[in-house]
Design a protein around this ligand. Structure first.
Ligand SMILES: Nc1ncnc2c1ncn2[C@@H]1O[C@H](COP(=O)(O)OP(=O)(O)OP(=O)(O)O)[C@@H](O)[C@H]1O
Ligand SMILES: [Mg+2]
Length: 174
C-alpha cells in the first residue's frame, strides 16, 4: 500500500520497432485494460500528409496528441483503464499526453539501435525507409526522472517485459 494514485492510463513509448504495439497489447490483455493505438487519433489531414510521404511538424502533431489526451480523460472519468501505444519521443509531446495527471504513467521501451534494427528487419508486412530508425534515435528525448517513467529493457521476451512493467507499477491484474 502506498499513497500513489493507481493509474488509469499507461502510455507505452519508444522509437519505431521498439515494441510499443506488441507490449501495449500484451499489457492490456494481461491487465484486462483496453488497448489503443495512438495512431488512430491522427486528424485526416495528418493521415493525408503522411500518406503523401511528408513528415509531420510539431504543429501538425499538436491536435493529434491533444486528441489522445482527450481520450485519456474520457477513459479515466468513465472509471475505465487503457494502455496506449504512442511513440511520444519528445518531452513536449509527453507533456501534452500526460497534461499534469498523476494517474497517467509513461512506460519507456529502452533498447539499442542494433537490436531494434534486427527486429524491424524481421517484421513482416511493414516497409521501413532507410535512415528512419537513426532519425528516431536522434529525435528521442528519453524520459527524465521528473516524469516518473517506468523504464524497461526490451532485450527480453514479451512476457518478461510485461511482467517487468506490472512489477514496477505494482499493478494487480483485474
Ligand atoms: N520483446 C520482443 N521480443 C521479440 N520480438 C519482439 C519483441 N517486442 C516486439 N517484437 C517484434 O518486433 C517488431 C516491432 O514491434 P512492434 O511492431 O510492436 O513495434 P512498434 O514500436 O509498435 O513499431 P511502430 O512504431 O513501427 O508501430 C515486431 O515484429 C514484433 O513482433
Ligand atoms: Mg506499432
Amino acid at each position: 500500500m502506498g499513497d500513489e494514485k493507481s493509474p488509469c492510463a499507461l502510455v507505452v513509448m519508444g522509437v519505431s520497432g521498439s515494441g510499443k504495439s506488441t507490449i501495449a497489447d500484451g499489457l492490456a490483455a494481461r491487465l484486462g485494460w483496453r488497448y489503443e493505438d495512438g495512431d488512430r487519433f491522427h486528424p485526416p489531414r495528418n493521415v493525408a500528409k503522411m500518406s503523401a510521404g511528408h513528415p509531420l511538424t510539431d504543429e501538425d502533431r499538436r491536435p493529434w496528441l491533444q486528441a489522445i489526451a482527450g481520450e485519456i480523460d474520457r477513459v479515466c472519468i468513465a472509471g475505465q483503464r487503457a494502455v496506449i501505444a504512442c511513440s511520444a519521443l519528445k518531452r513536449a509531446y509527453r507533456d501534452i499526453l500526460v497534461h499534469g495527471r498523476d494517474d497517467v504513467r509513461i512506460v519507456f521501451l529502452n533498447g539499442t539501435e542494433d537490436l531494434i534494427a534486427d527486429r524491424l528487419a524481421a517484421r513482416k508486412g511493414h516497409f521501413m525507409p532507410a535512415g528512419l530508425l537513426a532519425s528516431q534515435f536522434k529525435t528521442l528525448e528519453p524520459p527524465q526522472p521528473g516524469e516518473r517513467p517506468i523504464t524497461v529493457s526490451i532485450d527480453a521476451s514479451v512476457d518478461a517485459i510485461v511482467d517487468d512493467v506490472i512489477r514496477q507499477l505494482k499493478l494487480v491484474p483485474s
